[in-house]
Design a protein around this ligand. Structure first.
Ligand code: FES
Ligand code: FES
Length: 157
């Protein structure tokens, strides 16, 4: 059956079985490969996308649940050819190594900053607790989110 939703600002209609995982529909049917499969069980956050502004694990969501929804993946973070501030901060801080976890962290950080533009360091840690990284030790990731909050060179969160 066709499922219709908005993906990164563009209306899409995709033929899929209702219980197909949103992650598979995004990656395989729509070639939107930013969301990654890590655990496939809702534990790692590599597959995180925003559904109507809320960070969700796309490996756990049947595609039928996003009928009519607005979905943002890492591919939709940049606007007018400019990276989102949190993407720029990830680059500056060296917050990505292998990069598998990075799209999930970036969209989760975007949801956090949309909801709370000035989170404390602790709030940033808490918001990102569902995203796992095997490479960075998290310090640089949290540094990057804090850098995205305030201009470089001033006290961050
Ligand atoms: S792949 Fe979805 S949470 Fe790990
Ligand atoms: S950068 Fe490799 S898992 Fe996070």
């Amino acid at each position: 059956m066709p499922v219709n939703f908005t993906l990164n600002g563009r209306g899409v209609s995709v033929e899929a079985t209702p219980m197909a995982r949103l992650l598979d529909v995004l990656r395989e049917d729509l070639r939107c490969t930013g969301p990654k499969e890590g655990c496939g069980e809702g534990e790692c956050g590599a597959c995180t996308v925003l559904v109507d502004g809320r960070a969700v694990n796309s490996c756990l969501i049947p595609v039928i649940q996003v009928e009519g929804a607005t979905i943002l993946t890492v591919e939709g973070l940049a606007t007018d050819g400019r990276l989102h501030p949190v993407q720029e901060a990830f680059v500056r801080c060296g917050a990505a190594q292998c990069g598998i976890c990075t799209p999930g962290f970036l969209v989760t950080a975007r949801a956090l900053l949309d909801e709370n533009p000035h989170p404390s360091r602790e709030e940033a840690r808490e918001a990102l607790a569902g995203n796992l990284c095997r490479c960075t030790g998290y310090q640089k990731i949290i540094d990057a989110v804090c850098e995205a909050i305030v201009p470089v060179g001033t006290a961050g969160c």
